[in-house]
Design a protein around this ligand. Structure first.
Ligand code: 4AD
Ligand code: MG
Length: 430
């Protein structure tokens, strides 16, 4: 196993002996002086291979080595202001551990399609690594937040038998001759689990057969969901704003180097909770004032959300969606039968929905009536109805799209960039 990493040279005195193992990102030859930029998980190291210092075999190896070859360099550390990280390794010996079978296909200037078709190779770049490190920190900050606030992590199945978020985006699976689906959300299982655990969360993939091509839809995304017993809409928003705000700030604060690589400087002050709450009906007025007419009752799509959020610097909650715009399980507002006790968290500056959630119907009669009104069969939801038969409890929850959050925090044009191997309607390879 490798015991030292390229970034370790930064802590070493000039003249120290160091053995570097990394992949060749760039080679520049100036006759009998060759520079190699090596890459590993910790960053870049510039290696200078000079005639007279390195032996002849090493000089020859260095001047012929192909990009993405794996090499080992034994050398001496030297301060060099122009080198990345401020240190250079003067090679005494260069050994190619593993060469390349042919030229690396990803040259500077190749188009987006080539990069996505070769994602298994493109992910070696410093930018992709920086993104994935931030993603990992964000995920661990989210988990930490839940753990510190008394939530228990549960793991739920991905094969299911009935829709949570409507039939239009269900992926069908042949399950030993029976029809099953891939889960869109683990919400219903979480609703069952709160009777034993009261506050639960899950982190797992959700699947949506999204037919439209957009910059913010994946067919498989990582869903961070939570469900809370004895909670209403406002409790849920309180949890979401603290979870999103505190976890994001923490992850970004730990990622100075990665943000520099990505050329991003996200504002942390706008992430501080609390976030404003705006009703759906007020949002329609804002949209109207901007020349966008949305008939009452329709859900806001990506375009409307973009216009609505453009003028905002902070995220905000959009609340009280009409019942027609939301799935059947949303609790109707007892003080206004036209709307539900629901809320989406919208990211500012055009990014739009990052979290969706709200209070659930907890009365058996009301739930059956809503299922029937939606043209669904209560028999498909038998176990879900059971939860309202035995000690039903007021409860609320939400789902956060991890890639959506990353897309907004890091200002990514496409959601695909937020994930290692994106799945979209047009892409299931590599
Ligand atoms: O708003 P959605 O559909 O809500 C639910 O699934 C609820 N059952 C969650 C719950 O209450 N437990 O999805 C929740 C979030 C969205 O706000 C969005 O961030 C993300 O999941 N999301 C997607 N992300 C990427 N690609 C897609 N196709 C997505 N669909 C939803
Ligand atoms: Mg939604």
């Amino acid at each position: 196993m490798k015991t030292s990493y390229l970034a370790d040279v930064r802590g070493l005195q000039d003249g120290s002996r160091f053995k570097a193992v990394g992949w060749v990102m760039r080679r520049r030859s100036h006759g009998r002086l060759v520079f190699l930029d090596l890459r590993d998980s910790t960053g870049l190291l510039q290696v200078a291979v000079k005639a007279g210092v390195a032996d002849e075999a090493s000089l020859k190896a260095a001047s012929m080595v192909g990009r993405e070859s794996l090499v080992e360099v034994d050398g001496l550390v030297r301060t060099e202001a122009r080198a990345p990280g401020g240190k250079e390794l003067t090679a005494l010996q260069v050994r190619v551990l593993s060469g390349v079978a042919q030229d690396f296909p990803l040259r500077k200037g190749v188009g987006a399609k080539v990069l996505w078709d070769n994602r298994h190779l493109a992910l070696r770049s410093l930018r992709v690594s920086a993104l994935m490190k931030i993603r990992a920190r964000l995920l661990s900050a989210l988990r930490r937040w839940f753990e510190e606030n008394g939530f228990t992590e549960i793991n739920c199945p991905s094969f299911i038998t009935a829709a949570v978020e409507g039939g239009a985006t269900l992926f069908k699976v042949d399950y030993f001759g029976k029809t099953a689906y891939l889960t869109q959300s683990v919400q219903f299982y979480q609703e069952a689990a709160i009777f034993g655990l009261e506050k639960v969360y899950s982190v797992q993939p959700s699947f949506r057969a999204e037919k439209s091509k957009t910059k913010r839809h994946l067919t498989e995304f990582w869903h961070v969901e939570a469900e809370i017993a004895h909670a209403g809409l406002s409790d849920m928003m309180g949890v979401v704003e603290r979870l999103v705000g505190e976890s994001s700030i923490q992850a970004l604060q730990q990622s100075g180097e990665e943000l520099r690589i990505l050329g991003r400087k996200p504002r942390l002050d706008v992430l501080e909770p609390p976030y404003e709450r705006i009703k759906y009906s007020e949002a329609l007025e804002i949209l109207e004032s901007k020349g966008v007419d949305v008939p009452w009752g329709t859900d806001l799509g990506a375009d409307e959300e973009r216009v609505l959020t453009e003028g905002f610097e902070k995220p905000f909650f959009l609340t009280h969606f009409p019942r027609e715009a939301k799935a059947f399980y949303h609790r109707i507002d007892p003080s206004d039968g036209r709307v539900t006790l629901s809320a989406d968290l919208l990211a500012p500056r055009g990014y739009g929905e990052v979290v969706g959630g709200g209070e659930r119907i907890f009365s058996l009669e009301e739930l059956v009536a809503r299922i029937e009104a939606e043209g669904l069969d209560p028999k498909d939801y038998e176990w879900y109805l059971d939860l309202r038969r035995y000690g039903s409890v007021q409860h609320a929850g939400f789902g956060l799209g991890l890639e959506r959050l990353i897309q907004w925090l890091l200002e990514l044009k496409s959601i695909k960039t937020a994930t290692l191997f994106p799945r979209t309607r047009a892409r299931i390879y590599p």
